[in-house]
Structure formats: structure tokens, C-alpha cells
Design a protein around this ligand. Structure first.
Ligand code: CDP
Ligand code: CDP
Length: 216
């Protein structure tokens, strides 16, 4: 029996991972998990307790107590939630507590998962791995547009600084740092709109599946 298909998508903030993951999931009829939500929900729980998101004991307990309802909270986005997610995500015990949920999610039907360490740590044997990136300036521009669409006024320089801080934190942490898996296909979306990025990713996945089918 062949293992269910896992498509791993990693990359920095606002690179277009989620948009691509949703569209690939629809195209290949797979469930989708935005794994950033897990870290965001843990960060929120810690903030609710008035604790510091860098507090390993509180954050690990929050990760172990995570529920489906936590993932549906409306307050998981925005600069405070972004920073709290990145802080709890640097704690090894938090990451360990979330591994089995992510693996179980894909166990039955396969899945598209997007995050920072899907191709490197969670599913190192995934048959399809994409690393989606874009320049920091373009990613900040996208984030700014999203904030404006929600009616939130934001300073462009500050949005760019926050994106750069989070990149640095995610790339330089000792555990599961953000980096492409050696066998990931890189997609730079700086000059690609969501449609063009999807077309490229779809071609990569289709090619990979054809190669795998030819081998079996
Ligand atoms: O949507 P955006 O790319 O801004 O962020 P996200 O994917 O929701 O992730 C929020 C934070 O969670 C990231 O900055 C990472 O620190 C952390 N994260 C992680 O460490 N590993 C993952 N698989 C997913 C997210
Ligand atoms: O999941 P991640 O944080 O990597 O990014 P996203 O939420 O998929 O995309 C961030 C924003 O950029 C969304 O508003 C997308 O519509 C937009 N986007 C874009 O302008 N061009 C792309 N190629 C991909 C996304």
C-alpha cells in the first residue's frame, strides 16, 4: 500500500504559503493544515495567562492543553500574536508537544501542511516539498495590504521591521530553524501573483507525482 500523499510547504512570513497550500489542497483533494495556527494558539493561551511567551514551562503546558477551539479563535493574527507565536515556537518542548498532532492530521488521507519545519522535521520523507519565499519588502507590502483591508492602520517601516525580526528569530533558533529541506523545490513569489505561483507549484507537484508513479 502506498503512503498517503503529503505536500510540505515551508517559508517565511507572508511568502504566500497559506494561499498556495489552500489551492493545492483543493486541486489534489487533500485536507490542509496551517501549522502556524498551532503556534499562534499556544502564544495566545500564554498571553491570556499574563505570562511571557518565552516562559518554557507555561508555554509547554499551553501546547499540551491545546484544543480545536483554540485554533478557531479570531484573535490569532496581528503583530502581538505574530511575535508571541514566534517566541513560543523557539521552545523545544512546545515543538515536541505539537509533532504528533501534525503527523496524525495527515495519517489517514494525506495532507498539505504549511509552516516552517514541515519538510525538515515533521515530514522529512514527504514526497513533495516546496519552499516558498519572496523578498522581505514584498512580504511586508502584502502584510500591510492585509492589515489595511481589515481597517488596521500600520506604519510600513514597522511592518517591514517586524517581518525581518521574525525571519531572524525563525531562522536562527537552534531547534527546527526555518530553512529549505535539501530536496525542496524553491518558489520565489516576489514577482508572481497568487495565480502564477499556484500554476508553478501545481506543475511541480504533478511532475513529482508522475515521477513517483513511474517508479512504482
Ligand atoms: O502566516 P505567517 O507566515 O506570518 O506565520 P505563521 O505561519 O502563522 O507562523 C507564525 C509563527 O509560528 C512563525 O513566525 C514561526 O515562528 C512559528 N511556526 C513554526 O515555528 N513552525 C511552523 N511549522 C509554523 C509556524
Ligand atoms: O501563509 P503566508 O503567511 O506565507 O502568506 P499568505 O497568507 O498566503 O499570503 C499573504 C498575502 O499575500 C495574502 O493576502 C495573499 O493574497 C498575498 N499573496 C500575493 O499577493 N501573491 C502571492 N503570490 C501569494 C500571496
Amino acid at each position: 500500500m502506498t503512503a498517503p500523499l503529503v505536500i510540505a510547504i515551508d517559508g517565511p512570513a507572508a511568502a504566500g504559503k497559506g494561499t498556495l497550500a489552500r489551492r493545492l489542497a483543493a486541486a489534489f483533494d487533500l485536507p490542509h493544515l496551517d501549522t502556524g495556527l498551532l503556534y499562534r494558539a499556544v502564544g495566545r493561551r500564554v498571553l491570556d495567562q499574563g505570562a511571557d511567551p518565552r516562559d518554557a514551562m507555561v508555554a509547554e503546558a499551553a501546547a499540551r492543553a491545546l484544543t480545536e477551539e483554540d485554533l478557531a479563535r479570531p484573535d490569532l493574527r496581528g503583530p502581538v500574536a505574530d511575535a508571541a507565536a514566534s517566541a513560543v515556537a523557539a521552545i523545544p518542548a512546545v515543538r515536541n508537544a505539537l509533532v504528533s498532532f501534525q503527523r496524525r492530521f495527515a495519517a489517514e488521507k494525506g495532507a498539505v501542511l504549511d509552516g516552517r519545519d514541515i519538510g525538515t522535521v515533521i515530514f522529512p520523507d514527504a514526497p513533495v516539498k516546496l519552499f516558498v519565499t519572496a523578498s522581505a519588502e514584498e512580504r511586508a507590502r502584502r502584510r500591510l495590504l492585509e492589515l489595511r483591508a481589515k481597517g488596521i492602520a500600520a506604519d510600513p517601516d514597522q511592518v517591514l521591521a517586524e517581518i525581518r525580526d521574525r525571519d531572524a528569530q525563525d531562522e536562527n533558533r537552534p531547534v527546527a530553524p526555518l530553512r529549505p529541506a535539501p530536496d525542496a523545490v524553491l518558489i520565489d513569489t516576489t514577482d508572481l501573483d497568487a495565480e502564477a505561483a499556484f500554476a508553478r507549484a501545481h506543475a511541480v507537484v504533478a511532475e513529482r507525482l508522475a515521477a513517483l508513479a513511474g517508479r512504482s
